[in-house]
Design a protein around this ligand. Structure first.
Ligand code: GDP
Length: 444
């Protein structure tokens, strides 16, 4: 989980103040010393840390804060505001050109996630902005880069333009844009070559492509796991190419946070998206305010709600509610619901986005084993279609057969059916407007 250490240390630094009725200047200074260490340890650029600490201290020591009724809360709000500001303040979106096609150039070092991100962005703009993208394979050096983009194109059912690896990348970019015009594609994503280090040949080639392609966006893809290196890479790419935005990948990993917090300040360019996994839908727009909340352990309800809206089919949800109301919810619906929730990602990550949940003792040990859901599914799939539709007919002998068929012990089958019946009863009550008995949900 990203930012874990940073969140914990910032929370520790702030909890002391939160409890105090009156806060002195010395208290603020002590807290800021801890915040400073927390940020440095999270690999945030030292100049950025210095500026941040000065700004927060200045605001926090202002008399109106220290004399206010809840100085601790006010200071936490200031830290939150300034973290948001540090990451760019506003959410930055994609600039589309007035005259299509919009050209987007993807640049970055090898392994940062450029090719994958090209696919993710194509997928994102098609889904959210109704765009019709064309992917252009202009990395002719890395073995299999072209093939990788073609595989992504196949997965997304999206066209990929290639001229093989014997034609210059500049020519590929140019012909790719012509192809987009010819075939009515309104967005071109050019996947360019990376190297292991920033080098002159690479920059010359990218500048040449930029001249010909006149992109509306140059997205620099950087790996969040590389911390300060990511920031240095961003700095040199930006100096050479004047990029328009950054995509920070691998934020699903164990990153400390340095890159997310330093890039905007060091390069002046906004982070536009973050990569949250290897799958092609694991891309989210970057919202500085929500990220600040997340870093401070205050949860990120908005992203959670958006995720649920995106991943849970509204029509299905309505059907499900209907079934609950007329009591016809069966084991087929149960499986359907389980699949929809698991599409949202690992449950432990989802839970952490709920405000306050980050502070729950023991949450770091919480592991929801995907095998548990797989086992429940195995049990349901061993029922006959009739049993799934009419759980009431599942007699003891049928239960034994199901246990045998699914390879699970009989007690587990019994438990699942009992849980199913209980949740059905409770959900039925709730969908009819009766919220009493909801405590059962949490096992009280
Ligand atoms: P390129 O050399 O910059 O084109 O990098 P690739 O697109 O080939 O990505 C390198 C590796 O990083 C691949 O294994 C990707 O699946 C992986 N990757 C890319 N983005 C993410 C991300 O957001 N999270 C995780 N966990 N892996 C990612």
């Amino acid at each position: 989980m990203a930012f874990e250490g940073l969140t914990e240390r910032l929370q520790n630094a702030m909890t002391k103040l939160r409890r105090k009725g009156k806060v002195s200047e010395a208290d603020v200074r002590e807290m800021m010393r801890e915040v400073r260490l927390a940020l440095l340890e999270a690999d945030v650029n030292f100049k950025v840390v210095k500026e941040f600490v000065n700004k927060v201290s200045e605001r926090a020591i202002g008399t109106e804060v220290l004399d206010s009724l809840s100085p601790g809360q006010q200071i936490i709000k200031i830290v939150n505001d300034e973290l948001t500001e540090l990451m760019g303040g506003e959410t930055a979106t994609i600039n589309y050109s007035v005259k299509p096609p919009t050209v987007v150039m993807m640049v970055g070092l090898q392994g940062a996630g450029k090719t994958t991100t090209a696919g993710k962005i194509a997928n994102y703009v098609r889904k959210n902005d109704n765009k019709r993208p064309l992917l252009v394979a202009a990395d002719i050096y890395r073995p299999a880069a072209i093939q990788q983009l073609q595989t992504i194109g196949n997965q997304l059912d999206m066209p990929v333009f290639t001229l093989g690896d014997q034609v210059s990348p500049v020519e590929i970019a140019q012909k790719g844009i012509e192809e987009a015009v010819r075939t009515g594609r309104d967005l071109v994503l050019i996947d360019t070559a990376g190297r292991l280090h920033v080098d002159e040949n690479l920059m010359t080639e990218l500048s040449d492509i930029k001249k010909i392609a006149e992109p509306s966006e140059i997205f620099l893809v950087v790996d969040a796991m590389t911390g300060q290196d990511a920031v240095n890479v961003a700095k040199s790419f930006n100096e050479q190419l004047d990029v328009t935005g950054v995509v920070l990948t691998k934020l699903d990993g164990d990153t400390r946070g340095g890159a997310a917090l330093s890039i905007r300040s060091v390069t002046g360019k906004p982070i536009k998206f973050v990569g949250q996994g290897e799958k092609l839908d694991a891309l989210e727009p970057f919202h500085p305010d929500r990220m600040a909340n997340r870093i401070l352990g205050m949860g990120d309800m908005l992203t959670l709600i958006e995720k649920a809206q995106q991943d849970i089919d509204e029509k299905k949800a309505e059907e499900m509610a209907e079934k609950l109301r007329d009591n016809s919810f069966d084991f087929n619906d149960f499986i359907d619901q389980m699949d929809q929730v698991s599409n949202m990602g690992p449950l432990e990550d989802i839970i952490k986005m709920i405000p306050g949940m980050n502070n729950m003792p023991g949450l770091d040990q919480l592991q929801i084993d995907p095998k548990d859901t797989a086992r429940m599914k195995a049990i349901v799939l061993s029922m006959t279609p009739k049993e799934r539709e009419n759980p009431d007919i599942i007699s003891q002998s049928r239960r034994k057969r199901i246990a045998k068929g699914s390879g699970r012990p009989l007690v587990e089958v019994n438990r699942l059916i009992k849980q199913f019946n209980e949740s059905k009863k409770m959900m039925n009550k709730m969908s009819n407007g009766n919220f009493q008995g909801m405590d059962n949900l949490f096992g009280n």
